[in-house]
Structures are given as structure tokens and as C-alpha cells.
Design a protein around this ligand. Structure first.
Ligand code: NAP
Length: 341
């Protein structure tokens, strides 16, 4: 099969579009013909060697797969050839961890395509228990845009942030792949949402996702704007995928006893925390990583019901994966980028 293969860490020019052996399903596994595979910024970090050093090469990235069952291994009863399916964007890779719930607390839980081959290929092999039927009726590129960001958004916004009707929520990077999904999930849960963006071109993307207030942080101080929006009180919940560069202002924009959920670090890793403010203002600070299989299914259900929509900025043929990674790295991307094998 053809695949976008990396033989080492590096810049986007490290990709080789080449032939590799097509996977065969083992016991409890299925092989899926990939119709579309979404890219996440995580893939860029993994390619650069910024997350794990112990990747075995050659390697194939790609966590967000929509496709159809091509082959079914022994002991798989739930699927037959041609079934439209979606692969869980993260699951425990050690079968010894498969009974741990929620799955994202299992020691071997990881993003799909980290230590196992991902979906930047014509075919992918996956354990059948972490594959679901695709009942959305949507085109594959729309489905493939959403699994990882929806699993993340349901976990961060609903489970950890406990966002619901009437809550006021600030989502950082509202036009990013993950931020956009968080805006949509918060809206679907009945919250009033504000979002930040870094340019005027991205304002409409965050608005379309459901943000009632969109702040271009290069034009206005976002924390002051949020305090104006909330009559000086601050938002109930901050959902943050940016990290250090906005950390102090995020807490300034958060109400007393509000909840701060972080799951990303594009703006830096190390932040300064005032312990005094932490307890005086009774803030809850929570770290979030991916989500459970149940949260992934809940996210896909929202997609199928049209309560959240795929925000696909561009699609690229799989052979142009390097250009697709460069586009995401440029920060011009609005929503998601998807590869078509
Ligand atoms: N823990 C988890 O479960 C989880 C899940 C998904 C994503 N993430 C993390 O969330 C972050 C965003 O991922 P994504 O896939 O949504 O990214 P993305 O679609 O590539 O969007 C990233 C956006 O962040 C904004 N940004 C702000 N400061 C930035 C900076 N210093 N450098 C680069 N971009 C900056 C930019 O938008 P503006 O121009 O509008 O500022 C940029 O377009 C990453 O750290 C990713 O690893 C974590």
C-alpha cells in the first residue's frame, strides 16, 4: 500500500510517499481502508521528535481515521467488510489495559499513530474494540476531521469543565482545530461562549462555531474584554489549549471559584502561578488529556446529530502531506486539515 512514511524525526521534508506492506488483521483486529485522515498539531510535534524519542522507524502518523472495513480478523463479530467505520483517536495499546475505564487513565493509553502505525496510509490496522460504526452519513473528510478534537472537547468542556446551560466560557484559539470543537461543544451544552483568535480572518470561523464574543487578542486585551463582557465577574470556565503565554491572563479572566482546564501548550510550557491568587480566588486548575471511548462516541453522536459540524479548512492528497503540515504550522489554518489517500 502507499503511505506517508517517516524514517526519522525532522521537518516536513522528512515524509516519503512510498510503498509499505499492507497490514493483515490479527485476532480481535480489523483492517480499514482509509477514506480520509485528519491531521492534528500533535502529529507535527510527533514528527519533530518533540513528544517521544522511542518511536520505531519507519513510522506512519495519523490519529483521525474514517474509512471502511477491508478485512476482519479472527474473533471479531461486530464488523463485516464495507462497513463504514471510525477509529478511536486514542486507546490503550497494551491489551492488558483494555478493561481500565476511563481508557485515557490507562498507562498505555496514547494517541492513535504514536507507537502503532496511524492513518496516513491506504490502510490501517486497529483493535476492533476501539473502532466504531460510522452512522453519521457525512462525507469521510468531515468525519475524519473530528474524532480527536471531539473526544478532547467532550472530556475537557463537559466532563472536567462541567459546562452547561447559562455558564459563561472562554475558549482560547477558537479557530484552531481543538478550540473550534470546544466552542461548538460548549454551545451545544447551552453555554455562552467567548473565544480568542489571532487575526481578523479567523473571527468568522469562531463565530460560526458558536462564539458570541470573538476577541482578536492582537487588537484587544482578552482578559479585560472578558471582564467587560461579564460585568467584572469573569467567566465560569476557561478552556485553554495555548498554555504559558496566556496563563496569567486566563486566570485574570476567570471568576472566583471558576474552573480552568488546560490541554495544550502551543504558547509555551512553563507558566508562573501565584499561589496567593490560587487560594484566595479558589480556582480549580485541571489538566486534560484526550478522553474515554465513551466520550469519543458522545462526540461523534453530536456530529451525527448535526449539533456540532466539521470545520474543514483544506484537504490534501496524502502524497502532499508535507505541504499540509507546513500549512498547519503557519498558523493560517482555520479549523482542520484532512488527508485523502
Ligand atoms: N491534551 C489533549 O488531549 C489535546 C488534544 C488536542 C489538542 N491538544 C493540544 O492543543 C494545542 C492546539 O492543537 P490544535 O491541533 O488545535 O492546533 P491548531 O489547529 O494547529 O491551532 C493552533 C492555534 O493556536 C494558536 N496559537 C496561539 N499561540 C500560538 C503560538 N505561540 N504558536 C502557535 N500557535 C499559537 C494559533 O491560532 P491564532 O492565530 O488564532 O492564535 C494556532 O493556529 C496543541 O498544543 C495540541 O497538542 C491537546
Amino acid at each position: 500500500m502507499k503511505a506517508a512514511v517517516i524514517h526519522g524525526f525532522g521537518k516536513p521534508d522528512v515524509f516519503r510517499y512510498e510503498d509499505v506492506e499492507q497490514p493483515e488483521p490479527g485476532s480481535g483486529e480489523v483492517v480499514i481502508k482509509v477514506a480520509a485522515c485528519g491531521i492534528n498539531r500533535y502529529d507535527l510535534y510527533l514528527r519533530m521528535g518533540a513528544i517521544f524519542e522511542d518511536i520505531t522507524f519507519p513510522h506512519i502518523l495519523g490519529a483521525d481515521v474514517a474509512g471502511a472495513i477491508a478485512a476482519v480478523g479472527p474473533d471479531v463479530d461486530d464488523f463485516k467488510e464495507q462497513d463504514a467505520v471510525i477509529v478511536a483517536p486514542g486507546y490503550p495499546i497494551d491489551p492488558g489495559d483494555w478493561d481500565i475505564k476511563p481508557e485515557n487513565l490507562a498507562p498505555s493509553f496514547e494517541v492513535t499513530g504514536t507507537h502503532t502505525w496511524g492513518g496516513d496510509a491506504e490502510y490501517i490496522r486497529a483493535p476492533a474494540r476501539f473502532v466504531i460504526k460510522d452512522d453519521t452519513g457525512l462525507p469521510a473528510e468531515q468525519v475524519a476531521a473530528m474524532p480527536l478534537v471531539l473526544m478532547t472537547a467532550v472530556h475537557a468542556v463537559q466532563t472536567l469543565g462541567q459546562v452547561g446551560p447559562g455558564k459563561r466560557v472562554l475558549v482560547q484559539a477558537g479557530a484552531s482545530g481543538s478550540g473550534n470543537a470546544c466552542v461548538q461543544v460548549a454551545r451545544a451544552l447551552g453555554a455562552d461562549v467567548a473565544a480568542t483568535v489571532g487575526s481578523e480572518e479567523k473571527v468568522e470561523t469562531a463565530k460560526t462555531a458558536g462564539a458570541e464574543l470573538v476577541i482578536n487578542y492582537n487588537e484587544k486585551d482578552f482578559a479585560d474584554t472578558i471582564l467587560d463582557w461579564t460585568d467584572g465577574v469573569g467567566v465560569d470556565v476557561v478552556i485553554d489549549n495555548v498554555g504559558a503565554s496566556v496563563f496569567e491572563d486566563n486566570l485574570k479572566a476567570l471568576r472566583t471559584a471558576g474552573t480552568f482546564v488546560n490541554f495544550g501548550l502551543v504558547g509555551g510550557i512553563e507558566a508562573k502561578l501565584s499561589i496567593r491568587n490560587l487560594f484566595f480566588r479558589q480556582h480549580r486548575l485541571i489538566g486534560s488529556f484526550m478522553g474515554s471511548t465513551e466520550e469519543f462516541k458522545r462526540g461523534i453522536k453530536l456530529l451525527g446529530e448535526g449539533k456540532v459540524k466539521a470545520c474543514v479548512d483544506k484537504t490534501y492528497p496524502l502524497k502532499d502531506v508535507a505541504q499540509a503540515h507546513q500549512y498547519i504550522w503557519s498558523r493560517a489554518v482555520k479549523g482542520k486539515v484532512v488527508l485523502i489517500p
